[in-house]
Design a protein around this ligand. Sequence first.
Ligand code: GLC
Length: 718
Amino acid sequence: MRAFIDSLMAKMTLKEKIGQLTQLTSSWESTGPTMRDSYMQDIAAGNVGSIFNAFTAKYTRELQQIAVEKTRLGIPLLFGYDVIHGHRTIFPISLGEAASWDLKAIEHAARISAVEASAEGIHWTFAPMVDIARDPRWGRISEGSGEDVYLGSLIAKARVRGYQGDDLKRTDTVLATAKHYAAYGAAQAGRDYHTVDMSERVLRDTYLPPFKAALDAGAATFMTAFNELDGVPATGSKYLLTDVLRGEWGFKGFVVTDYTAINEMVPHGYARDEAHAGELSINAGVDMDMQGAVFMTHLEKSVKEGRVSPARVDAAVRAILEMKYRLGLFEDPYRYSDEAREKREIYKPAHLEAARDMARKSMVLLKNEGDVLPLAASARRIALIGPLGDSKEDMIGSWAAAGDRKTRPVTILEGLKARAKGATVTYAKGAAYELGSTDSSGFAAAMAAARDADVIVAAMGEKWDMTGEAASRTSLDLPGTQQALLEQLKTLGKPIVLVLMSGRPNAIGWAAENVDAILHAWYPGTMGGHAVADVLFGDYNPSGKLPVTFPRNVGQVPIHYDMKNTGRPYTPEKQGQKYLSRYLNTPNSPLYPFGYGLSYTSFAYSPVTLDRATIRPGQALTASVTVSNTGKRAGEEVVQLYVHDLVGSVTRPVRELKGFRKISLKPGERRKVSFTLSDRDLAFHRADMSYGAEPGAFKLFIGGSSDATASADFTLTE
Ligand code: GLC
């Protein structure tokens, strides 16, 4: 490879080299503020090394032919696309997949996404998005794995493995992208693209580890984030892109910016003009300019005038050419653009079945009073009410790649009807979900439908584009007139099952008090309606656990389970005392905690046993519990291990997830579940920023949620 690339680079002019550093979007989709209609001429002029938002074997072949046949050196294009949770067969949104806590299923979903995307000529997906997010106002919380660094890191690895497989030369694997580097999820006030500022310790303990995990799993590329961090836009941050990524972590792939992120350093107030922005970004460690055409326009002059070294340009070009070589594109630039394979691979029944399976596993049962679920045979008349009940476009959520939004998705109504066997299912939209809508014109019909029913299934939540990019909200409430309709439905005195569909935690405090059952279905994907029916009718016993805390209201945000204790911690026993860390009008506890999720059966935990209560550095202890299925049906439980480091050279969170195991138990079955812990699991960035554990007292908890109570104490010695 080195010899081949050396000889190719020796022939390349500076202009041709800069062409390799330029990525443009096709006109097939717009995922950002600008578009260049000249992209096909730009390709023919040798000014483009990669195109994104172009797919199908036919179209990628057409564009590839321009690059290979019309340019002097015929260097093949790299085709990128946002295959975030499926390409044609759409899986639940990433936050939903995370709620499955099923790493194998998550990897399998990414694998299928790669098989379908690569069958349509895609070489590279801009995924996984690994941004830790603790602010549900931020719409992009939907695209990641939630609030926890341990779960988020394991999911990052699983997704990279799924996309890249173990051989990039295979035509059914694609390059992965760890994005958005870094700390994009900590945008001030949950407002997308807003300022990020945090201590280096929080950055290194919470926001960087999933990126390091993706890199350790072999992520071929990184994408820079839009936000600034500590006053420096990530796209111009030498600290992030060179010192940490290459210096500390040894990253060998290449870095692409986010959409026109170089240009945006001018409004950030970090660059005088676009030429200056280009110099700052490539000198910081950026290799490829997504859609900004800054390198295309200014870099040649910057190099000629000595503000960017030829060696820096060569290093960027080499990294990109090596990736094209590893994909086999120099041997056959058209090897991914194969119409026969495309027909064979997309929407394969096995893919649709996997999407249905993941959708079932992603759903979280938040409430089930009086076992109103699963729907009993006595539920002869089901009234499905709400704007999410029969909406194909909403089933697949945001960032749904080439997923068909109009015909393919199975709605909840279709899923219920297909499964209801003898029961009648009526539907009324009833309420509007548009932000600010006051439209209650559908209430009467909805109330009429509900009046005749044995059970009401309310399908409510947010419209699919109320999360994803540039979709922040200052409220977490059900938008439009849904809440008002829900309260009217309540007056009928019938069982109400709320099926919630959204991409963020919603503040559903009234529902939590007043409806009988709540199932969070996220946006469950192409097969979502069938998966909802599988769960509501009990063909599948829900097993999902929240990957993100559900606040009672937006005033509690940010709220996450691994908070600090503070010097005046509030505990219920101190009720009535004034000087405590609390609110006047809301409890400190969330509506539903991280790691929480119910089942149609129940589980009991024995006390925790330890094989030793003291460990030296390098020694491991084993903590065990026996979990019993104390209910009447088989079910799965995510057994979670949390650790509290009681005293540190800096204060430590009251709990941190350090392990989990998803197990299946038959009724009455018991299983011993064990976790090992060593000082490696207890490491953090200490007062002096060195990384490691500290001797002292610890408490561990094991249970089915982050508020697990079964605990044991142990000590780490010097
Ligand atoms: C968008 C998103 C990024 C995506 C890119 C290409 O603005 O921020 O996640 O990969 O542009 O569509």
